[in-house]
Design a protein around this ligand. Structure first.
Ligand code: ZN
Length: 113
């Protein structure tokens, strides 16, 4: 059995992005990649969409959207964002059970069955 020293020295110390605990090198860490993007891409408008009639309609819709957007101005948000997190085993399991953290606010006790 061969172990390459190069790999061992290259091993970094990771800490969990949720609980902040150090994840020792010999313990499996779980990487989570999240890619977000604006689902409605204006760049994907076809020639048909820019017909005179549609432009007027689009402009009206856009204006309405801007008026209702308020503080959540989409222009201030990145169109596309990639994130990567390293999680310890416990946090990874919680993440899988509730990726958007919807339950963690009300329910702190994570029961295992
Ligand atoms: Zn953790």
């Amino acid at each position: 059995m061969m172990t390459t020293p190069k790999e061992l020295t290259a091993m970094q110390h990771f800490s969990c992005d949720i609980c902040g605990k150090n994840i020792p090198g010999q313990v499996t860490r779980f990487a989570v990649k999240i890619e977000t993007f604006a689902a409605a891409d204006p760049a994907e408008l076809t020639a048909e969409d820019t017909d005179a009639d549609h432009v007027e309609e689009m402009a009206r819709l856009l204006t309405e959207q801007e008026e209702t957007a308020g503080e959540d101005d989409p222009a201030l948000l990145p169109v596309c964002k990639k994130m990567r997190f390293d999680l310890c085993r416990a946090c990874y399991r919680k993440f899988l059970a509730d990726p958007l953290g919807r339950e963690s606010v009300a329910k702190f006790d994570f029961s295992e069955n």
